[in-house]
Design a protein around this ligand. Structure first.
Ligand code: DGY
Length: 333
């Protein structure tokens, strides 16, 4: 008598509906469940969703901490995040459990650098203010000698905090604007790469004192949490601007609000916050020398589609043992 063996499909949980091709790539191989909503799962939903799964595809809105990981059964092999940042995942806890943590790596560097540059231009040339001015019918006189005067971007000094892939992509754009680029980073680049990019390494104090635009491109971790606060803002030029498309937690937002109110710096443009979404009563929203975006650094169709493919492929490569994984902890497992 022939025996029939039934191979059970592995189970995968997607915490949000994302652009294709992730769900079709995964559905072709696994039993897929999706938290099909525009909002992220609640803690309870997440803890329930992760149970008995072999793989999770999550987003940066899902806090994958010890409590959530405790709910996962022994089958869980991989958490693949639809993001480059992984500060929402307790990597130490995942590693202890032998769970691979994967990210979309550098694929969003160029899109995020584009948005960073858009913010540099928008805050210094007062583009958001100018648009509002026209729409509310305040433009009554035609050309005016002193209307909405801003600051030059060209020939100014750009300070880059964190010169990884995104920081470098911003530095390359800055060269087209004839900016001088200085940087501070955990690891200094090879001299040949510094020369190729046309960037100069400086200490943190020099970075703060000399930047006309200070742009943040470092990851969020214990060392970088609230790295920029009162002391740092008070060292910056009064005419300078802060740009943050990295993670909100790197900036002390209370101190930033004070610095903007008291005009220690001229303005700021943010895409990320310590708590997202920003709520209506947030004091940052009362400041007119601030541009606020809703965390859209990687939000182009092309980039988010590439991220989707990478996130799914990471998951497949771990579950099937079939290829390279963009992981942050494989070496430790
Ligand atoms: C990331 O991936 O870390 C970005 O912040 C969002 O796409």
């Amino acid at each position: 008598m022939n025996s029939i063996s039934i191979v059970k499909k592995k189970k995968v949980y997607l915490t949000r509906k994302i652009l294709e091709p992730a769900s079709s790539l995964l559905a072709a191989k696994y039993q897929v469940s999706i938290h099909d909503s525009i909002r992220p799962p609640t803690r309870l939903e997440l803890r329930k969703g992760i149970r008995n799964m072999d793989g999770i595809l999550c987003t940066l809105s899902d806090k994958m901490d010890k409590k959530v990981l405790d709910e996962a059964g022994p089958n869980l092999k991989v958490i693949s995040s639809y993001s480059t940042g992984y500060d929402h995942i307790d990597v130490t806890e995942a590693t202890k459990r032998g769970v691979v943590v994967a990210t979309t790596g550098d694929v969003l560097a160029e899109a995020t650098a584009d948005l960073t540059f858009a913010l540099i231009l928008a805050i210094s040339r007062r583009i958001v203010e100018a648009d509002k001015f026209v729409r509310r019918g305040a433009w009554k006189v035609g050309w005016m000698p002193n209307l909405l005067l801003g600051s030059n971007v060209h020939n100014s000094t750009l300070g880059v905090l964190g010169l990884g892939r995104i920081g470098r992509a911003v530095a390359r754009r800055a060269k087209g604007f004839k900016m001088e680029v200085i940087y501070n980073s955990r690891h200094r680049l090879e001299e040949s790469l510094e020369a190729e990019l046309g960037v100069t390494y400086v200490g943190m104090n020099e970075l703060l004192r000399n930047s006309d635009f200070l742009t943040i491109h470092t990851g969020l971790n214990q060392d970088s949490t609230n790295m920029l606060g009162r002391d740092e803002f008070s060292k910056m030029k009064k005419s300078s601007y802060l740009i943050n498309t990295a993670r909100g937690g790197i900036v002390d937002e209370n101190d930033l609000a004070e610095a903007l109110r008291k005009k220690w710096i001229r303005g700021a443009a943010l895409d990320t916050y310590s708590h997202e979404p920003l709520t209506k009563g947030n004091k940052l929203l009362r400041l007119s020398n601030l541009i606020v975006l809703p965390h859209i650094g990687s939000a182009t169709v092309d980039t988010r589609t590439k991220m989707s493919r990478i996130a799914a492929q990471n998951l497949i490569n771990v579950l099937d043992g079939s290829g390279p994984v963009c992981s942050v902890n494989t070496n430790d497992i």
